[in-house]
Design a protein around this ligand. Structure first.
Ligand SMILES: [Fe+2]
Length: 308
C-alpha cells in the first residue's frame, strides 16, 4: 500500500473514532465528559494533520495513531476502540495492508457478490432479494443492537439483562457471519467438485467426494427446524467435519475462534463448590493461564476476513 492510501485509511479510522466518541459522550458523567472532550480534540487535530502529510514519516504517523489509541483506552477502561494499524512496514513508501476492525455496533450488510438473478434457475431472484435485503439485514441490525447494549452494560456496570443480550449477540451474530459466508460460497458458474488439496482432505475425511456430498445433504435435510449444514476445518483434529447448526447458533457465533473457555457444567465444580457456581467462577480466574490464551490469540488473529 502506498502512503496516500494508508493516509486515506487513517482518515477513515479517525472518522470512526469520532463517531464512537459521539456514542460514548451521552453515557458519561461530567468528569469523564471533560476527558473525552480533550481526547476528541486531539483526534480531530490528528485527522486535520493528515491533510498535510508531506513532512510526516510513516513511523511518526503510526506512533501518533497508537498514542491516541492508548490514550483512548486509558480514558475509557473497558471500551474497545477501533485499533489503528499496528503492523506497518516502515520502508520508504511500502505500508502493510491492514483491514480495520469492525467498531462495536457497526457491522454492515455486505453487498451480494453477483446480481440477484445470477443463481437462476437454481435459486430465484425474488428469494435472493428477500433473503439478502430483508433477512440478512435484520441480523446485522440485531447484532449491532446487542453489541451496543453490552457496551452500555459495561459502562454502567449493569448486567441484569446479560442473558438476553448474549442470546441476541449469538443469534444475530451467527446469522450475520453465516450469511456472509453463504453468499460468498455460491456463484453462477458453480457446481462440480473441488480439486487439489481440498479434494484430498475430503477424500481422507469422508472416503470420497460422493460420500461427503451424501452425508452433507443428509445432514442438511435432517436439521431439526431451521438451521444450517456446515463443513468445517477442525484445527485440533487436522481434518474436515460436517456439522448441523440448529437455528444459527445455540448461543455461539460461527466463524469465530474460541480463545478462553470456562466449563460451567456441574461436573466441573460440584465436589468442591456444590451448587455455588459463582464461587467457582470467581476462584477460576486464579488459574487462567494467560500465556496459553495469548498463544491461541496470536495464532487466531492471523485469520482475518474482509470486515462486515
Ligand atoms: Fe438465511
Amino acid at each position: 500500500m502506498n502512503k496516500e492510501s494508508y493516509v486515506d485509511q487513517m482518515k477513515q479510522w479517525t472518522e470512526d473514532l469520532l463517531k464512537q466518541q459521539e456514542t460514548f459522550i451521552d453515557l458519561c458523567d461530567q468528569r469523564e465528559h471533560d476527558k473525552l472532550a480533550a481526547w476528541k480534540e486531539r483526534v480531530e487535530k490528528f485527522r486535520d494533520s493528515l491533510n498535510d502529510i508531506e513532512d510526516i514519516e510513516g513511523e511518526q504517523l503510526k506512533k501518533m495513531a497508537e498514542d491516541l489509541y492508548l490514550e483512548g483506552e486509558q480514558v475509557y477502561t473497558g471500551i474497545s476502540f477501533t485499533q489503528p494499524f499496528n503492523e506497518l512496514d516502515l520502508g520508504e513508501v511500502q505500508f502493510a495492508e491492514r483491514q480495520m476492525a469492525v467498531p462495536i455496533g457497526q457491522h454492515k450488510l455486505p453487498p451480494l457478490p453477483y446480481p440477484y438473478n445470477a443463481l437462476e434457475p437454481h435459486i430465484d431472484q425474488k428469494t435472493m432479494r428477500l433473503h439478502h435485503d430483508k433477512h440478512h439485514r435484520s441480523y446485522v441490525e440485531g447484532l449491532n443492537k446487542a453489541e451496543k447494549a453490552l457496551q452500555q452494560a459495561r459502562l454502567v456496570n449493569d448486567y441484569q439483562l446479560i442473558k438476553h443480550w448474549e442470546r441476541e449477540l449469538a443469534f444475530h451474530g451467527a446469522g450475520h457471519y453465516l450469511h456472509t459466508i453463504f453468499w460468498e460460497i455460491m456463484c453462477p458458474e458453480g457446481g462440480g467438485k473441488p480439486s487439489g488439496e481440498l479434494l484430498q482432505e475430503i477424500n481422507d475425511a469422508f472416503g470420497s467426494f460422493a460420500q461427503f456430498q451424501k452425508q452433507f445433504s443428509e445432514a442438511a435435510k435432517a436439521v431439526e427446524g431451521s438451521g444450517w449444514a456446515i463443513l468445517v476445518w477442525a484445527p485440533r483434529a487436522h481434518r474436515l467435519e460436517i456439522l448441523q447448526a440448529e437455528k444459527h447458533q445455540n448461543l455461539s457465533q460461527w466463524d469465530v475462534i474460541p480463545l478462553l473457555v470456562l466449563d460451567v457444567w456441574e461436573h466441573a465444580y460440584y465436589l468442591k463448590h456444590q451448587n455455588n457456581r459463582a464461587g467457582y467462577v470467581e476462584a477460576w480466574w486464579n488459574v487462567v493461564c494467560w500465556k496459553q490464551v495469548t498463544k491461541r490469540f496470536n495464532e487466531a488473529k492471523k485469520l482475518k476476513w474482509k470486515p462486515y
